[in-house]
Design a protein around this ligand. Structure first.
Ligand code: ADP
Ligand code: ZN
Length: 836
């Protein structure tokens, strides 16, 4: 026993950390922990490590005492610093990021970086100063000696400033040399190096006022009241009833007192002015909670809630698909399910697809849960985001609502995750790491033994299929609240309208009549066209060419208000040309309509009505989206024109008509989800009509009235659509019958892209051999063959089993002889939402 004890003590125990770096590198790195840092290393802390020629912030993902004997110990570098005192990546999030990195083929460090609020990305600030010993040393050296040695030269430079930023020295030395020199100088005690982690965003402090701590309320009564002015007394009274010390500015505002009144109280020793952390509250602008009407749940709502609540109380993982038609009252179920989670001291997380929808949801959540709500989405300022993150981290927020990345909220003890409108494509992140927030939610819940609600009126095919396979529990709300009927959907065949007029029409007569009708009744209308701008594209009559983007393989869209032709992919713009840039011909004309033109035409036809437009162009300014929505809700606007932005989520009880100008462009997209997307969009927009007491009507203009997604959308029959669509997916071996991995090879140079894509495809086929469960398609030009000045080639892996697809990808990548540049050109997308 003793011997063993001694044996252990005698051996020097070395400690190592495994670090993930936020770089496009698919591996972690080992670092040796210097003796003095051994007490502060913890998994989940950020740290500073040497990497290549630079130092880098990384994340400690593992602490260990042994290393793989194959790794030469001398190759392991030392950790430079541990940044956090407490882990900022809680174990749950560490695990989730690891899963995401694995599943979506993304570097772990990149995933962790996107899991932390941007304001927390640390920047290192290093200051160096010369010690007394250093000065003595310098004085003993003569000038020529200093001149000959870079070490002494550096020391002299350091000495000539009081304390300096390492960056000044970086000009004269390579980073590696500099690190070596400063290390040596530091070791010899000639300089002192201080590293401070500068955080991009700090917590915000502001002056606040409280009663002096050594005074009790009783003391105030003893103070000779004559000495105080009425204003000063008011301040004291106010402070004595305040639950929390008010901020100075707030106090002055509320009581309309000047700073001098407070200063004089401070002088008398009655109050204290101190610095208090201030929360940048993203919900501050939201109006005061209105009174919540106590709704009585409908029978189907009550049944749904009971099933879900039972699962929450059981504290076990399960996923529910809440398939409820538009207006069936799903939100009420979410809210009560969250309450159920809170009742057993658990927390709840709710994901919503769009920032635009959060103000409304957040308001409803605040009504119910008050201050324990935190909100996370990308349009918050970095400061707000950091503050909200910290409130969650400290456990002050029990309910979190946010967009996709809120799945990384450091909320502990999760009982419930709600994913509203689970079919929405915005849950998929388009850049690295290309994860899907909905699927990550399920994984997070699985590990946390929490319950998931996936809510939608038009579930994605995969989700519905999973419910069909009983992986998810299916709950249906087939009817609207209060037995309100679903809107009646009619299809307007534009071929007939064409014949009637002998030329193309923007509006069918039926639609104009219908709008007139609702306007006469004092009701509101929505008109949707899923394309912004004035005209879809510009053609030259002489040469027949359309005007295209310089950098993308798409046509430019004419924006009349801005008087520009704009690329909707990269925002490249040119002024409106007088002549064709191609042949100099003077006969250019404009084809196809956008929302701008629609707005103009509606205003012409309905001069009496107040018309507004909601699309990306009219909502660029902060708050403009909410303003338009609020004005429409308040009835200030009679007719609202817009893109798919108006289709989602909103609840306008006075809207009884929805006109859809065209969905044909969406239907003809070269993508396997085109029909699904169209069906979803139509069902969603139809769901905006007739949510109040009067029934709704929907008119859809199309040149393809027989397309199955229109036929089923007309009947609002999800099951029928699903049956037909699932057969199509099965026959073409698309998800959910296969796993897709889409690889896009992007390069400015086409021949390089082709060479790389050709080689990757060859390696993939090599790896797949004659496995018949795998199909490798391509390389071929992607439907968007050029984007932002890069050529795009595509290789598609279709596999029966996910693990097998991954195995082949790994094999191919490892036999591919690539450099970092090639690596950046290869973009792997697992479970792509489209193949564009
Ligand atoms: P969904 O999200 O399913 O489209 P909502 O949750 O927006 O539907 O509900 C539609 C409308 O019905 C809302 O105005 C909501 O306040 C109301 N509502 C929900 N549940 C009830 C209920 N049990 N009784 C009365 N009104 C309800
Ligand atoms: Zn472009």
């Amino acid at each position: 026993m003793f011997l063993l004890f001694f044996g252990l003590c005698g051996k020097i125990r070395r400690m190592y950390v495994e670090v993930a770096l936020p770089l496009y590198i698919f591996q972690t790195f080992l670092y040796l922990v210097p003796e003095e840092m051994s007490a502060s290393v913890q998994v989940g802390c950020r740290c500073l490590v040497p990497f290549g020629k630079r130092s880098h912030v990384g994340y400690i993902v593992c602490v260990q005492e042994d290393v793989d004997p194959e790794i030469p110990l001398e190759s392991i570098k030392e950790l430079l610093a541990v940044i956090d005192e407490e882990p900022v990546i809680i174990p749950e999030i560490l695990e989730l990021t690891r899963w995401i990195a694995d599943y979506y083929y993304a570097p772990w460090g990149e995933v962790i970086r996107s899991a932390l609020p941007a304001g927390m990305n640390a920047a290192m600030e290093v200051t160096i100063s010369v010690t007394e010993a250093g000065r003595t040393q310098l004085n003993s050296l003569d000038a020529s000696r200093i001149e000959r040695s870079s070490k002494w030269k550096a020391l002299q430079q350091i000495a000539s400033t009081k304390s300096l930023d390492l960056k000044v020295l970086e000009k004269n030395y390579t980073k590696a040399r500099l690190v070596a020199i400063t290390r040596e100088l530091e070791k010899q005690g000639l300089i002192e190096v201080e590293q401070e982690i500068g955080q991009k965003v700090r917590t915000k402090k502001q002056l606040a006022v409280r009663l002096a701590t050594n005074y009790t309320i009783e003391d105030f009564f003893k103070i000779d009241n004559e000495e105080l002015t009425p204003t000063q007394k008011r301040v004291l009274d106010y402070l004595s009833i305040s639950v929390k010390p008010p901020f100075l500015s707030e106090l002055m505002d509320t009581l309309s007192v000047s700073i001098s009144a407070i200063k004089s109280l401070e002088k008398k020793g009655l109050v204290e002015v101190f610095s208090q952390t201030m929360r940048r509250n993203p919900l501050a602008h939201i109006q005061q909670p209105m009174l919540i009407p106590d709704l009585i749940l409908t029978d189907s709502q009550a049944q749904a809630l009971e099933q879900i609540a039972t699962a929450i109380f059981a504290e076990e993982y399960s996923t529910f698909l809440l398939h409820g038609v538009t207006g069936s009252g799903k939100t009420e179920i979410y809210l009560r399910a969250m309450k159920a989670a809170l009742e057993i001291d658990k927390t709840a997380l709710m994901l919503v697809p769009e920032i635009a929808l959060t103000p409304m949801f957040s308001r409803r959540l605040c009504e119910h849960f008050g201050d324990s709500v935190a909100i996370l989405h990308s349009s918050l300022s970095e400061g707000e985001r950091l503050d909200e993150w910290q409130r969650i981290y400290r456990g002050e927020a029990k309910v979190v609502i946010g967009t996709r990345s809120a799945i990384f909220a450091p909320i502990r003890n999760l009982g419930l995750i709600v994913v509203d409108e689970e079919h929405e494509t915005s849950y998929k992140q388009e850049e690295v790491p290309r994860y899907n927030g909905r699927d990550s939610a399920i994984m997070r819940a699985l590990k946390a033994e929490a319950v998931v609600i996936l809510g939608s009126a038009t579930p994605s095919l995969e989700t519905y299929h999973n419910a069909f396979l009983k992986k998810y529990t299916y709950i249906s709300l087939p009817e609207r609240v209060a037995k309100r009927p679903l809107a009646k959907v009619e299809i307007v065949d534009m071929r007939e309208v064409f014949q009637r007029h002998g030329k193309m029409q923007l509006f069918a007569d039926e639609v104009i009549e219908a709008i007139k009708d609702v306007q006469a009744k004092g009701e509101q209308a929505i008109v949707m066209l899923n394309r912004r701008g004035f005209s879809a594209f510009v053609l030259c009559r002489s040469c027949g060419q359309s005007i295209r983007c310089r950098d993308c393989a798409v046509t430019l869209t004419y924006h009349k208000e801005a008087s520009r032709l704009i690329c909707h992919y990269c925002n490249y713009q040119i002024g409106v040309p007088q002549a064709c840039p191609n042949c100099k011909g003077l006969y250019i004309y404009y084809v196809g309509e956008g929302t701008e033109q629609l707005e103009m035409r509606v205003k012409e036809i309905f001069p009496e009505s107040k018309v507004a437009r909601l699309d990306r162009d009219t909502t660029r300014r902060k708050g403009s989206f909410e303003k338009i929505i609020n004005e429409f809700a308040d009835g200030v606007i009679d007719i609202l024109i817009g893109t798919q932005m108006i289709a989602k989520g909103h609840d306008f009880p006075n809207v009884t008509l929805v006109g859809v100008i065209s969905v044909d462009a969406g239907l003809s997209m070269p993508d396997f989800r085109a029909a699904e997307r169209t069906f979803q969009l139509l069902t969603q927009v139809a769901g905006r009509a007739g949510r109040g007491t009067s029934p709704g009507r929907v008119l859809i203009q199309t040149y393809h009235p027989d397309h199955y997604s229109l036929v089923h959308a007309r009947q609002q029959n999800y099951q029928a659509f699903y049956q037909q669509e699932i057969n199509f997916r099965r026959s073409l071996y698309y998800p959910p019958f296969s796993v897709l991995v889409n690889i896009i090879i992007k390069h400015k140079d086409l021949s390089q892209a082709q060479a790389l894509a050709g080689e990757l495809a060859r390696q993939l086929r090599n790896a797949a051999q004659d496995d018949r469960t795998i199909r490798i398609l391509g390389p071929a030009a992607a439907p968007l063959s050029r984007l932002r000045a890069e050529h795009r080639l595509q290789i598609l892996i279709k596999a029966r089993a996910r693990a097998r697809a991954r195995e082949i990808l790994d094999l191919a990548m490892s036999s591919l002889n690539y450099n970092q540049q090639d690596m950046n050109a290869i973009n792997v997308e697992v479970d792509p939402i489209d193949l564009m």
